[in-house]
Structure formats: C-alpha cells, structure tokens
Ligand binder design. Structure first.
Ligand SMILES: Nc1nc2c(ncn2[C@@H]2O[C@H](COP(=O)(O)OP(=O)(O)O)[C@@H](O)[C@H]2O)c(=O)[nH]1
Ligand SMILES: [Mg+2]
Ligand SMILES: [Zn+2]
Length: 305
C-alpha cells in the first residue's frame, strides 16, 4: 500500500511540483487524472492528495476542493490563468515615500481583491520616511473606505510583528510595486530566506526567487505568502463592464440609484456615481481609476470607445 498524505503546492516547473507537507518539502510528479481541477490546471496554493510509491517517489493523485482562486484573463492568451488557489487575502505593499505611492496601482490591486471577494490589507512600509507618525496623506482616503492599513518599517522593525499576526494561518498574495521593500520585509520576518534586496532586474518579477508562474512561501507560524507576479499585470479582460463598479466599494451603494440599469457611470444622465463625484463624496481619483479599468474591460470585449 502506498503511503498517502495531503500537501500544499508551493511551486512547479517542468512537471515537478514542490509540495509542503507538515514542515517538509518534497518533489512530486502529477498523475494524469489530477492535472486539472474543475477544468483548471493545478495552481500554487492548491491542496493536493499525494501518494508515496514503494520506490520512494511521490505523485499527486488528486486536487482537493478550492475555497477560492485568484485569476486573471490574458488578452494575449484569450483564456483565464489561475494565479493562485485558496487565497485568503491580498496584501498590497507600498512605501510612505521613495517611491511615492502609486495610488492608481493601489486601486487596481484593490479592484482585483474586490472582484475575487478577497479582503485586502494595505501595508505602508518605510514609515521612517513619513513626515508624520500617522497614515501618510494619500492613504487616508482608504481608511475612510474601510480598508485595513498596516504601517511598517524594516529599519526600526515597527509593525512587523503585527504584520506576521495578520499573515499567520492564511494564504496572502503579497504584492506591490518594485522598491517599496517587499523583499526587505520578507527577509526581516523570515531570516532564513535571504532574498536579494534592491536588485535591479526584479522589476520583471523574474528574479532568482520569483518565477513567472509564482511561488508560495511557508510562514513559520503557519500560512503562506503567495508571490504571483501576474497580479501586477491584471487586466479586467473577462470582467463584465457592468460588474466593474462593484470593484470600487464606495460605488456599490450608489449604482442602484442610477437612472439607467445599464449605467457605466461615465457620462450618463442621472448617474448617482457621477453625482457623488460632483458633490465630493466619491473621490475624482477613484472615479478616474474606475474609468481606466472600464476602458480596458470594454476594449477586451471589442467595444469601441
Ligand atoms: N528607509 C527605508 N528603506 C527601506 C525600508 N525597507 C526597505 N528599504 C529599502 O528600500 C529598497 C528596496 O527594497 P526591496 O526590499 O528590494 O524592495 P522590493 O522591490 O519591494 O522587494 C532597499 O534599498 C531597502 O533597503 C524601510 O522601512 N525604510
Ligand atoms: Mg523584491
Ligand atoms: Zn451610474
């Protein structure tokens, strides 16, 4: 009888799957029948059943049911790509300064989280560079929207323990622009990891430790960080343009009051979202972020705008 157990898919390349199981990491092959889960290829974060054969080799026999998945539509490939399975939350990492917060990217990342029904955590690193001790200006609006904000500083260690608590026991997609200190945070909370800090060439997300297919990093207290470079290139292709307003949480209570049921909140008369922008209760900036994603979603559908 082969020995059977379950494990978590950390990474895979060329048919070899790295599986995490009770503190151990092993390499497995994949049995033909288990190559897909509900029509989708195996992804990092998948929980799998593994059997160890008498010769010591291991193979995945089954992909266990997923609780969630983070995916993106690729216009080029014209199909959905599962970036990670069983994701619990998205942590979007930015810096108080250097680089200045890219709020457009933040809005895109928050939209991805909302479209997947995942909670989002905004990490603001480099708090030593912040002018004051509280949440730096551009982020204050997100506190008002109800997003959780966690300030950190790798220089002083402030906030890192709180961050570990937030990450513990969960699968967190850990993302954000280059240079904000993601690798530094990981090195600080996982000293044995030794990621390269501040190296050029990381921009592509294809450094030594990050493959384009992504990677799951086990946390000491349980849980995983998912490094999925693909989320940076999220395109709303495949998102119904009419559904996009739901990705902007403050739009949701307003869309029901638009005059037209199919309102896209761009220039329509009687649009409740535009009225809210006009009276300042929805920020122009958020509306602009919405319009840029809307255009992309419409382009992907072949609308002319
Ligand atoms: N002042 C300051 N610099 C930091 C902090 N965290 C990281 N850095 C620096 O920011 C630069 C980019 O860090 P890195 O971890 O490579 O960023 P990544 O591209 O997001 O992985 C490096 O020079 C780090 O030393 C911090 O809390 N404060
Ligand atoms: Mg890095
Ligand atoms: Zn509207």
């Amino acid at each position: 009888m082969p020995e059977r157990f379950t494990g978590r898919v950390l990474q895979f390349t060329a048919g070899v799957y790295r599986i995490h199981t009770s503190g151990d990491t092993l390499e497995c092959s994949l049995r033909g029948a288990a190559k897909r889960y509900a029509g989708e290829p195996v992804a990092i974060g998948d929980l799998v059943a593994v059997e160890r054969l008498p010769d010591g080799s291991c193979r995945i026999t089954e992909v266990l049911p997923r609780t969630s998945r983070l995916s993106r539509h690729s216009t080029a490939r014209r199909r959905e790509q599962v970036l990670a399975a069983n994701v619990d939350q998205v942590a979007a990492v930015f810096a108080a300064q250097r680089p200045d917060p890219d709020v457009r990217l933040l809005d895109r990342l928050l939209a991805v989280a909302e479209l997947h029904d995942l909670p989002a955590l905004i990490v603001i690193n480099k708090m030593d560079l912040a002018e004051r001790e509280d949440v730096p200006g551009p982020f204050a609006a997100y506190v008002e929207l109800g997003y959780r904000i966690l300030p950190t500083c790798v220089k002083t260690g402030a906030g890192l323990e709180d961050l570990l608590v937030e990450l513990s026991g969960k699968i967190t997609v850990f993302t954000g622009p280059s240079g904000v200190g993601k690798s530094s945070i990981l090195n600080a909370i996982l000293p044995e990891l030794d990621l390269r800090v501040g190296k050029v060439g990381e921009k592509s997300g294809r450094g030594k430790h990050t493959t384009s297919a992504g990677l799951l990093i086990p946390l000491p207290g349980g849980g995983y960080l998912a490094d999925t470079p693909g989320i940076q290139y999220f395109e709303p292709a495949g998102v119904e343009p009419a559904d996009l307003a739901h990705a902007f949480r403050e739009f949701r209570p307003r869309v029901a009051h638009c005059r037209f049921a199919n309102c896209r909140h761009r220039a329509e008369p009687g649009c409740a979202v535009l009225e809210a922008v006009a009276d300042g209760s929805v920020s122009e900036h958020r509306h602009e972020s919405y319009l840029s994603l809307l255009e992309a979603a419409e382009d992907a559908q072949g609308y002319s705008s």
